[in-house]
Design a protein around this ligand. Structure first.
Ligand code: BV8
Length: 236
């Protein structure tokens, strides 16, 4: 990577829905995105789950079924990031806002799903957190405690605390390079990571996206285009 003088500098990478677009998954805020079809407040908040659990389950069951489609596979950008992690002499932490499992399937290991995982559920009645590839319904009993009504998708809804924030801020405070890929920069705290990397670590910052994000001016370097074109070239 030409922009780095330290050949073993720790790297933090943030990814968003744009990196999975060319695998066939929808983004959120593009004209054909998920939030053009659904109102966030009706499907992705704790209040929505209390008021209309059937609609929330329908929304996530539909997206879970989409991930089961054999045509949905990691693309060249996911694979390039997994390769970077295995070849870079320093630490590489991949923080994804995506709830899909395409980074996992591509082979990334040092990976944080800060907004949760579509293929996991948890129970509000007990401490169960487990893999789940099927449909979920209000009356599905918890496989651990047996109670119904408590199972929910393991995703972070608006108003909830994203996952593993301490580990993320620790890595941001030490990194030499921060790369943001395929995210519109509209959702916090992820949209603020670039400032933390700049101000606390003095890191070089790079944006790779289809178009300038909301925070585009905060990045030292940027390139605009499809992730499968940009990412493999950038990380070699
Ligand atoms: C929280 C659920 C407290 C899962 C999602 C200021 C500071 C802190 C918080 C806030 C704040 N202001 C407001 C808040 C609250 C709120 C928030 O950010 N609201 C916004 C909308 C104003 N945040 C929260 O509630 C968060 N919790 O803050 O807790 C706290 C405070 C401080 C520190 C710690 C905790 C919880 C947010 C979780 C939201 N969950 N969804 C699901 O159903 O999937 S959000 C949703 O947006 C998805 O999870 C998604 O991951 C996330 C980000 O979207 P993107 O990935 O960026 O997708 P988007 O469509 O927007 O953009 C795609 C981009 O890709 C575009 O730019 C496009 O051009 C590009 N692209 C397209 N194709 C390609 C491409 N790029 C490359 N190649 C291509 N082919």
């Amino acid at each position: 990577m030409e922009i780095l003088r330290d050949e073993a500098a720790p790297i933090v990478i943030l990814t968003g829905a744009g990196i999975s677009k060319e695998s066939g998954l929808h983004t959120f805020r593009d004209p054909d995105g998920i939030w053009a079809k659904y109102d966030i407040s009706e499907v992705a908040t704790p209040e929505a789950f209390v008021n209309n659990p059937d609609l929330v389950h329908y929304f996530y069951n539909d997206r879970r079924a989409g991930l089961r489609d054999p045509a949905i596979v990691p693309n060249a950008a996911h694979l390039a990031l997994a390769r970077l992690e295995s070849e870079w002499p320093g630490d590489v932490l991949l923080v994804t806002q995506n709830v899909d499992d395409l980074h996992d399937r591509a082979g990334s290991k040092n990976l944080i799903h800060m907004h949760g995982e579509l293929l996991k559920i948890r129970c509000n009645h007990c401490d169960l957190l487990t893999g789940w590839a099927d449909d979920l319904a209000r009356e599905t009993p918890c496989p651990s405690c047996g109670k119904a009504g408590g199972l929910r998708p393991h995703v972070v809804w608006f108003g909830e605390m994203p996952l593993e924030m301490e580990r993320i801020y620790d890595a941001l405070g030490k990194c030499g390079l921060f790369i943001s890929i395929g995210t519109s920069g509209n959702v916090y705290p992820a949209a603020g990571f670039v400032q933390v990397a700049r101000e606390e670590a003095g890191a070089e910052t790079v944006e790779l996206n289809l178009e300038p994000s909301s925070g585009a001016t905060l990045f030292d370097h940027s390139a605009y285009g499809a992730a499968t074109d940009l990412v493999p070239g950038f990380v070699t």
